[in-house]
Design a protein around this ligand. Structure first.
Ligand code: NAD
Length: 396
């Protein structure tokens, strides 16, 4: 799998550059009755943080939260995913070589090790992975009242407006196809899950997607394979539904031996089929048509709140409505996935896509306790605050 190390290095450099400012006590307004006084918000480390990472971006999803937790002054235990064993071994070997082993520890293992770790008391747990395991983590954390951050998955919709020029349409399709098929073959939490488009524009969009994906995957190494048999089977099962199979307009072939699935486009699979009710997390791309582009908003709000919403449009009124009438972890106009590497933006989900936001300054805040500090002096004393409160004190 191809993973961008540049984004991770950029993010760490951004933290190094800004850390002093983020860590500085912040002045708050002190009430006049307490004059002279100073009110401050002082960030303090939480203590010991546990990070569970996922296999699909195995370095970034481990090191991005680790760097945020360390920047905020915590010590960290990280449990990489056992499903990316080479990266897990790499982290276990190299973290102790380059970072203080008293500050960061890597623990290797699968679900059973994860469960054992959750028997302990932590000051915060950040979990990236599936909703099912997230639920388990949350239940176990309740025993010690441990605060938990859940970074889960969802069905990220992509609204595609007609756009007026050939050039804009091609740029939109390049970005959609790149985000869907060239990043881990769709096995990314912020991958486009399905497209929403006006009925009359769908045939044009499909033709453009077909020609573009053919170009992008001209050589086999341009497409990642599916992680393992379990995930391959899960994706194949979507296509085993006859109603879904009939909606395939491009691709659809699967190869269990090589664990590969062709980039596949589906037109209007039934909304009650698994492919439209579960997160896809793979190279299958359903296209759902609506009568008018504005109807896409109703569709999006009828689904659980996603990690990301994408919209390709130049229509400012539509953008405004999408921002104000939908709820999601992020909205990106005229691109997809790239919001993940904008370190000035928070990253996280809402509702069923998770809770708690990190990256950059938001990681620092996530892993800090904002301690309220109030400093008074002995200069002035108002006796009316103390009993006995007779009539003269309460102004009668
Ligand atoms: P998973 O939920 O099976 O595993 C994630 C981590 O939890 C791993 O480290 C694993 O070892 C650990 N784990 C598994 N079972 C456990 C248990 N019983 N107790 C404690 N720990 C346990 O991961 P998956 O299903 O392969 O992940 C895919 C999901 O992750 C998708 O839904 C995807 O969208 C989501 N995801 C979200 C983000 C994000 O940042 N929001 C990023 C990547 C993936």
């Amino acid at each position: 799998m191809l993973e961008s190390l540049g984004a991770l290095v950029k993010s760490v450099n951004h933290t190094l550059k800004n850390l002093e400012r983020w860590a500085a006590p912040e002045k708050a307004q002190a009430p006049l009755v307490s004059f002279p006084a100073t009110a401050l918000v002082v960030p303090e480390p939480l203590g010991v943080v546990l990070v569970f990472s996922c296999w699909n971006l195995p370095l970034g999803l481990a090191l991005e939260p680790v760097s945020g937790a360390l920047a905020a002054g915590n010590v960290v235990v990280v449990k990489p995913s056992e499903l990316a064993p080479s990266t897990a071994a790499f982290l276990a070997t190299n973290i102790p070589r380059y970072l203080d082993p008293k500050a960061v520890k890597v623990i290797l293992g699968g679900p059973e090790v994860g469960e054992q770790l959750m028997e302990h008391r932590w000051d915060k747990v950040l979990f990236t992975g599936s909703a099912n395991v997230g639920r388990l983590i949350l239940t176990k954390a309740a025993k010690h009242l441990t605060p938990v951050v859940l970074e889960l998955g969802s069905k990220c919709p992509c609204i595609v407006d007609q756009l007026d020029s050939k050039r804009d349409r091609q740029i939109a399709v390049n970005r959609i196809a790149g985000a869907k098929w060239s990043v881990c073959a769709g096995q990314a939490c912020v991958a486009i899950d399905y497209i929403l488009v006006e009925e009359k524009f769908a045939p044009i969009l499909i033709d453009l997607l077909k020609s573009t994906v053919k170009r992008f995957t001209a050589t086999p190494e341009c497409m990642a394979r599916i992680l393992n048999t379990k995930h391959f089977q899960r994706l194949s099962n979507f296509l085993d539904d006859d109603r879904v199979a009939r909606s395939v307009v491009h691709g659809g072939s699967v190869n269990q031996k090589t664990l590969t699935i062709e980039p596949t486009i589906l037109l209007n699979p039934p909304l009650d089929s698994d492919i439209m009710t579960e997160e896809i997390f793979g190279p299958l791309l359903p296209i759902i048509t609506v009568k008018k582009i504005e109807d896409t908003i109703k569709f999006v709000t009828s689904m659980p709140k996603p990690l990301a919403i994408y919209a390709f449009t130049k229509n400012e009124k539509l953008k405004h409505r999408i921002i104000n009438e939908t709820s999601s972890g992020s909205i990106t106009f005229n691109d997809a996935i790239v919001q993940y590497v904008v370190e000035g933006l928070p990253f996280g989900g809402i509702g069923q896509s998770g809770f708690g936001q990190y990256h950059g300054k938001y990681s620092f805040e996530l892993f800090s306790n904002k301690k309220a500090v109030f400093k008074r002096s002995f200069l002035i004393e108002f006796m009316f605050r103390y009993p006995p409160w007779d009539d003269s004190k309460i102004g009668m």
